[in-house]
Write a protein that binds this ligand. Sequence first.
Ligand code: GLN
Length: 485
Amino acid sequence: MQDWGIKELSTLLREKKTSSVEITTDYLASIKKKNPEINAFITVDENRSIAQAKLADERIEKGEGDALTGVPIAQKDIFCAEDWLTTCGSKMLHNFIAPYDATVVKKFNEAGAVNLGKTNMDEFAMGSSNETSYFGAVKNPWDLTRVPGGSSGGSAAAIAARMCPGATATDTGGSIRQPASLCGLTGLKPTYGLVSRFGMIAFASSLDQAGPMAKSSEDCAMMLNVMAGFDPKDSTSIDHKKEDYTKNIDQPIEGLKIGLPKEYFAEGLDGDVAKLIEAAINQYKKLGATIVDVSLPNTNLSIPVYYVLAPAEASSNLSRYDGVRYGHRTSQYDDLMDMYSKTRQEGFGEEVKRRILIGTYVLSAGYYDAYYLKAQQIRHLISEDFKKAFQLCDVIMGPTAPSTAFKANEKIDDPVTMYLQDIYTIATNLAGLPGMSIPAGFVNKLPVGLQIIGNYFDEARMLNVAHQFQKATDWHKAMPEGALS
Ligand code: GLN
């Protein structure tokens, strides 16, 4: 049962061949067994999950419910879930019980999905390896000595180790796609504004976007059907027409124009990863796609621009953690200022502090024009690059990450090398475009992801393009050794 996808589980539930309680119990047992080693979950609450499963079974019994009713889904611990511990991977929120549901969580609850627990993540979603979590590093189920990617590494490891069939994730610079790539999964970062950010703890508000992570494109489409939609509680939510992302997923892709940006195949890309990406492109040619060369000339500027803008926004967003209303508060202090500073010194980890310092610096009066304003201008140029490329093609493809999963502790003391993990993913966040990663093979038994970048609100086409590849290949079905034992 643990290897079934969301689509299969949904069908079996509706045919009454199994029950939500049965499925949920099975996954909870899987978590109990594997989580002590993998550390993918921060919080599991068996009683609450089973109670939700019982309610789902009642709905199904009455002939009610939707496609996801009774299907267990894990929630990244960046989403507030009412009465659940919601930590964002930080000591600052180690004791924070959310008083309300994020819109994403609310939508899954209304759909009747079961919350299986809260997944581990890099602290405040800052990281690419899941090593910055206050709750300890997450291990990659494909090789326990390696990282699962980040910041949604807990969600990715949980699915790869068959502790859940799907999970929510968020992507500010690559945090859905890079862990999906490193763990052999399918993950989609939607167009900015398609999924509500209400109740999703803010890192860099102009870049943060929630999306689904699962084994297949079909499963992601089913999750996106639940997640997408206008939310008046999020001022950056876009009133885009409601779509059924599963509807056209099976259409042939004959005539699809795939753009290959030369900058995504340049220096820095692992040679074996490049070969697999080329093989995937050849597969697409067999499916009837044509290839065009495109250029994204400002690719190399995306990381420096991101590391000005994201910390700037983070330094502002994180100023709310002052120990006054909720979260960690230092135990001994002299006066208010002392309380603030000790609370923040104790509550934030090293990477978060680094970002706050950078952000505060680039926003300071004397440097604002030189850094922040300049970065905003380049951000515009990066968006323009994509606009030009999409005049020539329907989707853009390339690698998701420059390499396979790296060893734990290998890059944690070298932030700049760590930041380079997102060289192919960050530009889409800066432009607000949707991006996806799908499994495309293995190098030394470690998964490699193919990235698909779409035009604004072209998620349905991307999912269709991904699904056709998954009908022709089996990479997405592979699982780590012992995942079902
Ligand atoms: N790795 C990037 C960072 O550390 C992106 C993280 C994310 O997408 N949340 O900021």
